[in-house]
Write a protein that binds this ligand. Sequence first.
Ligand code: ADP
Length: 226
Amino acid sequence: MEATDATTSATRRGSLFVVGLTGGIGSGKSTAARLFVQHGAVQVDTDALAHQLTAPGGAAMPAIVDAFGPLSARPDGALDRAWMREQAFGDPSRRATLEGILHPMIRAAADAELDRVDGPYALLAVPLLSERGGYRERMDRILVVDCSLDRQIARVMQRSGLTREQVMAVIAVQPTRAQRLAMADDVIDNDGEEFALAPQVEILHQKYLRLAQAKRTAAGPGHPDD
Ligand code: ADP
């Protein structure tokens, strides 16, 4: 019997191996993710989904403008990020309002992308992974990209042009380095030069291929990739 779309995605949901990728802003997540993708991993990036949702015509914009007023949108209809940064980072209740709008939408979009993954395993990038948010139940392992606070600050300042204070304000609302490391199954050390990432990624990729295969085998026959 042919599997329907619904059973196909249910089967995938059960047997797709999902690595959660997290790390503070500027830790090197995107750089590491690019290397995994070069090896054939499929990335589902919640940051990119958040950008899509808040782009001109983005699905989250009506609710954001409703909650924060017309200043929250630029003339083209996209989220005014600089304005929102000022609003949300200084004020926990405004941040909670924004997260209350965005997080469920990002989560639903990530689930939909995971259901469509066609590859050996998925890399689900969640910058602010925590106990909240409901992502962990989809993850088989958690990979943390780690670097010292000083390096993190320097890299973000260089990349973004934000001041040290602005970067610190962003970091202050993220899980701490210790909290991230406490939830890690695997850690990539990105305190050194960028070229030191590749061999670490290579080893982890091979490990994830093995674990993904074992999960598919355990899920039994009938999987669309079999
Ligand atoms: P994240 O996705 O975690 O915010 P990125 O991968 O975008 O971090 O890295 C932040 C910035 O630091 C980027 O400009 C990137 O090119 C740079 N970078 C990343 N890793 C290193 C490294 N090991 N050495 C020097 N620069 C790095």
